[in-house]
Design a protein around this ligand. Structure first.
Ligand code: MG
Length: 247
């Protein structure tokens, strides 16, 4: 019995996987959501590298976190204007296409695609369709997973991506059972939400869903997530997460 428990415990902890939040951007010379941050994550050998996708005013998908780039709202600015301005480390804002090219170079690290909110449901639908088509063009359907804060976006990903594609909800406002009913394959909630609702971890697992927690950076909280048996930890500190997992 004790042996069985020990095996079960080790299986649970072995399942926790590391996702580099916006790529491994903490590495010297990099910056979040850049080609170098994705490359660094691939070289580190983590399960996944997360990125944020926005659409420019002229319909180009780009990888950048914030709605604002300096004084420019990226969703209301054309690509050429955004491309003209270097990021803090000298790189340019990558297009999603360029990002997928880099992702295809090493598919051992999955690309975790966060589809950002856009101003209208119609535009969000268009963005989702373009993202799904780009992933298909690069033959990466089995090497990506999706996350989004907006229910409409998650619903549209489920509608347009191949059956079996992983889609997790980010907003923290829905119970696992409710997410399951919507067809989502997992929850991807903040550390604060999961500390309030640690029971959701078991509920998810009982429902066959995955649990991802963001954004967990310090040792104590990384340990908490591992001890709770979450499936994925999204972190700006993938080196420490790997160390705690014995990787
Ligand atoms: Mg993100």
């Amino acid at each position: 019995m004790l042996a069985a428990c020990l095996i079960a415990a080790s299986v649970v902890s072995a399942q926790t996987q590391v996702i580099a939040h916006r790529g491994f951007h903490a590495k010297s010379g990099s910056f979040d959501n850049t080609i170098s941050s994705l490359k660094n994550a691939q070289e580190l050998g983590v399960y996944g590298s997360e990125c944020d996708v926005n659409e420019t005013s002229d319909g180009v998908l780009i990888v950048i976190h914030g709605l604002m780039h300096g004084k420019l709202n990226v969703q209301q600015t054309d690509y050429a204007t955004l491309h003209a301005q270097a990021l803090a480390n000298g790189e340019r804002i990558p297009t999603f296409d360029e990002y997928l090219e880099q992702a295809a170079k090493n598919t051992a690290t999955k690309l975790i695609i966060e589809v950002k909110d856009h101003p209208t449901p119609e535009r969000e639908t268009r963005v989702v369709k373009k993202i799904v088509a780009a992933v298909k063009k690069h033959k990466l359907q089995n090497d990506v997973e999706y996350i989004a804060f907006r229910q409409h976006v998650c619903d549209e990903i489920l509608k347009y991506a191949p059956k079996g594609t992983k889609v997790a909800y980010l907003n923290g406002s829905l119970t696992p059972e409710y997410c399951k009913g919507l067809g989502y394959t997992g929850i991807d909630y903040s550390l604060g939400t999961m500390k309030k609702h640690p029971e959701w971890i078991k509920q998810c697992h009982d429902l066959g869903m995955t649990v991802n927690v963001w954004t967990v950076n310090d040792t104590a909280n990384l340990k908490w997530c591992i001890d709770q048996g979450v499936d994925y930890i999204t972190t700006d500190n993938p080196v420490e997460a790997n160390r705690l997992l014995g990787k």
